[in-house]
Write a protein that binds this ligand. Structure first.
Ligand SMILES: Nc1ncnc2c1ncn2[C@@H]1O[C@H](COP(=O)(O)OP(=O)(O)OP(=O)(O)O)[C@@H](O)[C@H]1O
Length: 352
């Protein structure tokens, strides 16, 4: 455990049929995103940090203070829930003043603090409104202001953007990053949206089936996924293999080993990853470069932004992004047999 960590925790929660065992660390001011599929244990981890779920073992340490046995109401935490849970009968201002009031701050002082925070969040005009009179984005930000008003040392955000429509979400997501910038404690954010994690977090912890499967900076996770789930989230083709020199023998689920040529020299167990847009499709086996070319069958085709994502089944199952024009030119459709090629330079290989 680092002595200067803003948060250091090991969360073990055992339930019938489910076990969470996750380590979390954050530096001062850092935002850690817990990313994972439904039922992975993200909310359980957040609730365990808050003391709302008892730990079977492990610890929660915030800025050097062990909170493992501290009741929720005595933990220096601020929480923002998915549906914000604002007090419906109170104005935005009184919602935000609530925390300081509970901590014994006088009414006038608490309201001044709240007004200040709302002003910083650009919500002065909404201070007198009740929660039902606020837009989704405004309610989200009032909830965040309320959580911060109590001067927490650990901020816990549970899917803070989930209740917003797609359009509002984009705007609120980019503001949230700025709103959190002044907070010098640790923030833990639960999301199943990779974009939230990539935009908002300094560090991402991916949880699957109650276990941490990958941890790192967003860019590293995006470049170097280590599980099929993460690869799918960040949109890369991912395989495991054994490298010897510039060749990797990739083991695929069914079918024999496939050889992949990479640009760099590697040895031992590796992951190989490449982007769907790095894949070129050919009617006939391509000659010369690229050296990586595999026969495949088109399994499915879907629109993907301004591209078409082609799912291929074959020696090496993969996804390829091509322009609609390219697909039309090749005259390809589901069930057709083709060749897929990737240049060695486009393939990342890293230690497994
Ligand atoms: N109160 C509870 N009592 C018993 N089991 C629970 C409880 N809450 C969650 N679980 C179970 O614990 C596991 C983890 O659930 P959790 O809600 O932490 O996952 P999650 O990653 O947050 O998922 P989601 O994204 O769907 O919210 C699941 O198997 C879930 O069914």
């Amino acid at each position: 455990m680092r002595p200067d960590a803003a948060l250091s925790a090991r969360l073990v929660v055992e339930r019938a049929g489910f076990r969470l065992d996750a380590g979390l660390e954050a530096d001062p001011g850092e935002v850690v995103a817990l990313l994972g599929p439904n039922g992975a244990g993200k909310s359980t981890a957040l609730r365990a940090l808050a003391g709302l779920v008892p730990l079977s073992s492990g610890h929660v340490t915030v800025e050097g203070t062990d909170l493992t046995t501290t009741p929720t109401e005595h933990r220096p935490i601020g929480m923002v829930f998915q549906d914000y849970l604002l007090f419906g009968h109170m104005s935005a201002l009184d919602n935000v003043a609530f925390g300081p009031r509970c901590q014994g701050v006088g009414r006038a002082r608490a309201r001044a603090l709240a007004a200040d925070l709302l002003d910083r969040f650009g919500l002065s005009d909404q201070a007198r409104l009740r929660p039902r009179e606020l837009s989704g984005g405004q309610a989200q930000r009032v909830a965040l202001a309320r959580a911060l008003a109590a001067r927490p040392r650990l901020l816990l955000l549970d899917e803070p953007l989930a209740a917003l429509d797609a359009h509002t979400r984009v705007a609120v997501r980019s503001r949230l990053r700025g709103d959190l910038a002044d907070f010098d404690g640790a923030t833990v954010l639960v999301t199943h949206d990779p974009l939230d994690a990539m935009v908002l977090a300094d560090r991402v912890t991916v949880i699957e089936n109650g276990a941490v499967v990958q941890q790192g900076r967003p860019a590293d996770i995006a470049r170097r996924p280590r599980t099929a789930y993460v690869a799918r989230l960040v949109g890369l083709n991912l395989y495991r293999g054994v490298a010897s020199g510039t060749r990797v023998e990739v083991r695929v689920a069914d079918g024999g080993p496939v050889e992949v040529t990479i640009a760099e020299r590697r040895y031992g167990d590796v992951f190989v990853a490449f982007a769907p847009r790095a894949v070129a499709l050919y009617r006939e086996r391509p000659g010369g470069s690229p050296r990586n070319a595999w026969p495949a069958r088109i399994d499915g085709v879907e629109r993907f932004g301004d591209q078409v994502r082609v799912h291929l089944d074959g020696d090496l199952p993969l996804s390829a992004d091509v322009t609609p024009a390219a697909l039309a030119e090749l005259g390809l459709g589901v069930g057709d047999r083709i060749w897929a090629g990737v240049k060695a330079m486009e393939i990342a290989a890293y230690q497994a």
